[in-house]
Design a protein around this ligand. Structure first.
Ligand code: ATP
Ligand code: MG
Length: 149
């Protein structure tokens, strides 16, 4: 295996993408969430605060286009600023999904970010990629190669 390919594979399987959603930004929970992320052993390798337009929010969640909650989701995600970040850790995608907890905070386990900060199934504080492939696509949606450390 070439060194370049090995490095690429390493990045794909050890990185995930997250967003701190507008509800968490509004409530001043950005710092608390970042602290939970760091304490769980994730290293921040890219980060920015930005405000998604409806068009960009719709594009990011395009896989949910046919779902009944899509309109509500786009409205919510474009309501205010978000913090986007790429996180690095061994087994990043799976471990981060465990750290954020269930989509519906009513089902989220103690110690998870959604248990601590989410208020409803729609306004659930954080996003986490669901596969290595999507982690790479979503990271590239927000960050150029020069911004991924
Ligand atoms: P995310 O992709 O944001 O990490 P998830 O993977 O846990 O969340 P998905 O099924 O991908 O959950 O749904 C994407 C987002 O759409 C949810 O996080 C939530 O904000 C919103 N959503 C999902 N289901 C509902 C619903 N039934 N009603 C309202 N909003 C919903
Ligand atoms: Mg999802």
């Amino acid at each position: 295996m070439s060194l370049i390919f090995a490095a690429k594979l390493y990045n794909m399987t050890n990185r995930t993408f997250t967003m701190i959603k507008p509800d968490a930004t509004e409530k001043g929970n950005t710092g608390g969430i970042l602290q939970m992320i760091n304490k769980a052993g994730f290293r921040i390798v890219a980060m920015k605060m930005t405000h998604l337009s409806k068009e960009k929010a719709g594009e990011f969640y395009a896989v949910h286009k046919e779902r009944p909650f899509y309109g509500e989701l786009v409205e919510f995600m474009s309501r205010g600023p978000i913090t986007a970040a790429i996180l690095e850790k061994e087994n990043a995608v799976e471990d981060f999904r465990k750290l954020i907890g269930a989509t519906n905070p009513a089902n989220a386990e103690e110690g998870t970010i959604r248990k601590a900060y989410a208020t409803s199934i729609g306004e659930n504080a954080v996003h986490g990629s669901d596969s290595n492939e999507n982690a790479a696509i979503e990271g590239d949606f927000f960050f150029s190669k020069l911004e991924q450390f």
